[in-house]
Design a protein around this ligand. Structure first.
Ligand code: NAD
Length: 297
């Protein structure tokens, strides 16, 4: 079973899907594909090898602009179709999945602030595909109230030492799919931006900073298999889907292999973080994020 993210719109439904996959004994994969960029895997292996030292600070954003205007519409803005959360569920989940996957750390508590800039939006009278709403005329709309957020800002703790901050926005003019993540360790730093996915910035305190252009021969061993093309040939968003599907189908053919793709339980994990974000915003305060329950799968 291979499911798009988010796994569900509630923790309860996500838990049911994790349990169902375990009960029927099928492979389960959740398409958190953005983990699969070669240089994201390089950051992961650098953290794992201790090259950054203890992780002190993680910060970043996932910013888009496709819902900037009140005439921008998609099924995601309607909570009856997409669930209570939009921006944090849709793209904030990619950011936190990447932050936890790369560092190996887990968000333990957070404080979130959400904003819905457009309290009403103009819904097209007919269906509209994602990113395709720019061509409609004024008579083609009806005005509807909106409760899902255009923006979410989250400060968070990963255990007793590591601290972080992120924003997710679908109203940031000029930003198309800017997932940026910066990881600052006690020894050195890395920073990566999805809009320039073949470049990795590495920051040093006492020597020159460095820029790595994706080249499998320069990646750490655990990251090399995520780069199928030689150095200088760009690998992008489409390739991340290929990496997930390749690994998923390979696990069907070779059931004894380690499962090297995101699982339904990773989707449950993101729904757990999302629920904490919604609770925090509602109560205007910090909320602990429970660890993922062990679900046999
Ligand atoms: N992993 C990623 O990078 C990524 C990127 C974009 C979207 N997504 C996920 O993919 C899913 C779809 O998002 P989207 O942006 O492609 O949406 P979309 O609106 O562009 O496309 C959804 C399609 O599903 C069709 N559809 C709707 N209900 C259907 C039904 N009952 N039976 C058959 N077809 C039906 C619609 O007609 C439409 O063509 C979401 O879960 C989203 O979060 C993931």
């Amino acid at each position: 079973m291979l499911c798009e993210k988010p796994l569900a719109t509630t923790v309860e439904d996500a838990r049911t899907l994790v349990a169902t996959a375990a009960r029927v004994g099928r492979r389960d994969c959740l398409n958190h594909n953005l983990r699969s960029y070669p240089l994201v895997q390089q950051m992961r292996r650098m953290c794992e090898a201790g090259e950054l030292g203890d992780i002190l600070v993680i910060q970043g954003t996932y910013s888009q602009d496709w819902l900037l205007y009140d005439t921008d519409w998609n099924w995601r803005v309607d909570s009856t179709e997409g669930g209570a959360s939009r921006c944090l569920a849709d793209i904030g989940s990619h950011w936190f999945d990447m932050a936890e996957h790369v560092t190996g750390l887990r968000v333990t508590s957070l404080c979130a602030d959400l904003q819905t800039f457009h309290k009403t939006r103009k819904r097209p009278k007919g269906p509209v595909e994602t990113f395709a709403g720019k061509l409609l005329q004024p008579d083609d709309y009806v005005q509807v109230p909106i409760t899902t957020e255009d923006y979410g800002g989250v400060i968070f703790q990963m255990g007793g030492r590591t601290r972080g901050a992120m924003t997710a926005s679908q109203v940031s003019a000029g930003r198309k799919n800017r997932l940026s993540i910066e990881i600052y360790g006690a020894k050195s730093s890395v920073a990566w931006d999805q809009e320039r996915p073949n470049e990795l910035w590495m920051g040093n305190r006492n020597s020159y900073n460095q820029s790595l252009v994706k080249d499998p021969s320069l990646l750490l061993p655990g990251a090399q298999s995520y780069a199928d093309l030689p150095g200088g040939h760009a690998e992008g968003y489409g390739d991340t889907h290929k990496q997930v599907f390749k690994r998923f189908y390979s696990s069907l053919d070779n059931p004894e292999n380690d499962l090297q793709y995101p699982r339904f339980r990773d989707g449950l994990r993101q729904l757990t973080i999302l629920q904490a974000e919604l609770d925090s915003h509602k109560n205007r305060g910090w909320v602990d994020v429970p660890a993922l329950e062990e679900v046999k799968s």
